[in-house]
Design a protein around this ligand. Structure first.
Ligand code: GLV
Ligand code: MN
Ligand code: MN
Length: 411
């Protein structure tokens, strides 16, 4: 394996040890581990010749200025936060790979006729706050005052967390760039699914990112004594929620292309000897088609109410994330695909079921995404793995893409 691919593997390993939880990888918005991650990655950016700063929302920004006249900026990046007990590639790969690609181009003496910004977004996974993409929203001027009222599990608002981190008052910033000054945004990410592996390909390009709705559903019944309340007089919120979880699975299985998940469930004030009075659960629904995604959410909320009625429960639905499907830029993706074909011999185009910062960046500039095969299609799991030889292919693709874009822009 070439030296620069080897270096990328070492960096992924080292960053994968920066965690808030001993023994497993967890980095959440503005946590101590996120600060350490930004210091580590910022150091690597500096070594590669980039000027580095962190914005008030905790985004790490490395800029390599071109000396070319009227140069525009190409953005590359992904997120540095993780889910709980994460793998070490999700997000991190899209920040570290461009750093290594630039270091390699510098070694070859290549001067790019455009500025580069490498972005390590501070929050994509919605683990600490139930509204994903806080980092990329802040960077693109799409964070709203209402977002600042979101609360974490400790009851701290997003505003409080940001202000105590930066030590100054925070107002949602304007976009870091005007659309006219940008060439686009490229995000490299592990596929997090099994398609590339099945097709025996190291990399492929993304045509679009699926539509996604996430939210919180609560069932409210009545708490009571578990020893004295007869079964027929109970209003057990957890029994209703359990019935709903199975409905979600059934609807997900019955509709082609749909995925629907209850990922968390909380019994509020729960105890072994108390009938559950209130239960909150998360619902995450995705489909490549916006209308199919919306129809499934409407059907599931209807079913939740139907389940609640005979059990005399109240049921409330509060969406926290709603994104229509995001098409990648056909022009930028075609350029990326030509680099994939040059390096790998052939290209494959995939729809992403996972959300990515590219969803938010797409409102500002054309976006393209490169997917890298991962073992067993596994992600959001500590065994997440991308083979070093596949990382070498992805690096070669990004280097080729940057060089071809240089030639096109110098003309
Ligand atoms: C981000 O990882 C997502 O949930 O798609
Ligand atoms: Mn993820
Ligand atoms: Mn990710």
């Amino acid at each position: 394996m070439a030296d620069h691919a080897q270096r990328l593997v070492q960096m992924l390993d080292e960053l994968g040890r920066v965690t808030d939880e001993p023994g497993r990888l967890t980095r959440t918005f503005l946590s101590p581990a996120m600060e350490r991650a930004n210091l580590l990655v910022g150091g690597w950016m500096t070594e590669a010749g980039l000027a580095v700063h962190e914005d008030d929302a905790g985004n790490l920004v490395g800029r390599l200025a071109s000396t070319a006249r009227d140069a525009k900026t190409l953005l590359l990046g992904s997120h540095l936060d993780t889910v709980r007990n994460a793998g070490r590639f999700d997000g991190a790969l899209g920040v570290l790979l461009p750093i290594v690609a630039l270091a390699e181009l510098r070694q070859r003496g290549v001067k790019l006729p455009f500025h580069i910004e490498i972005l390590g977004f501070s929050e994509e996974e919605a683990v600490r706050f139930a509204g994903a993409y806080i980092g990329s929203k802040a960077y693109t001027g799409r964070l709203r005052a209402s977002d600042l009222k979101l609360k974490d599990a400790g009851g701290h608002t997003l505003r409080e967390v940001i202000e105590s981190h930066s030590g100054r008052p925070f107002t949602p910033p304007k976009s870091a760039h005007r659309p006219g000054e940008l060439l686009g945004y490229l995000e490299v990410h592990i596929e997090q699914g099994p398609v590339l592996e099945a097709k025996k390909l190291a990399v492929g390009v993304v045509s679009a990112i699926a539509s996604q709705t996430r939210g919180r559903l609560t069932f409210q019944g009545k708490a009571g004594h578990a020893g004295t309340t007869p079964m027929n007089l109970r209003r057990d919120a957890l029994a209703g929620a359990a019935e709903f979880v199975l409905s979600v699975e059934q609807v997900g299985r019955a509709r082609p292309g749909l995925v629907a998940t209850v990922g968390t469930i909380q019994v509020l004030g729960g105890a072994a000897n108390v009938i559950p009075g209130e239960v909150a659960l998360s619902l995450d629904v995705r489909h490549a088609s916006d209308s199919a995604c919306r129809a499934a959410v409407a059907e599931l909320v209807r079913q939740a109410k139907q389940i609640a009625r005979p059990r005399q429960l109240r049921c409330a639905w509060q969406p926290t994330i709603q994104h229509d499907a995001t098409p990648c830029s056909p022009a930028l993706t075609a350029q990326l695909a030509s680099s994939v074909t040059a390096v790998q011999g052939k290209n494959l185009s995939l729809v992403s079921g996972a959300g990515h910062d590219a969803v938010i960046l797409a409102a500002l500039t054309p976006v393209a995404m490169l997917f890298v095969r991962c073992r067993d299609g596994l992600s959001h799991h500590p065994d997440e793995h991308a083979a070093p030889r596949d990382l070498a292919v992805a690096l070669a693709v990004v280097i080729d893409f940057l060089q071809k874009l240089s030639v096109a822009k110098s003309r």
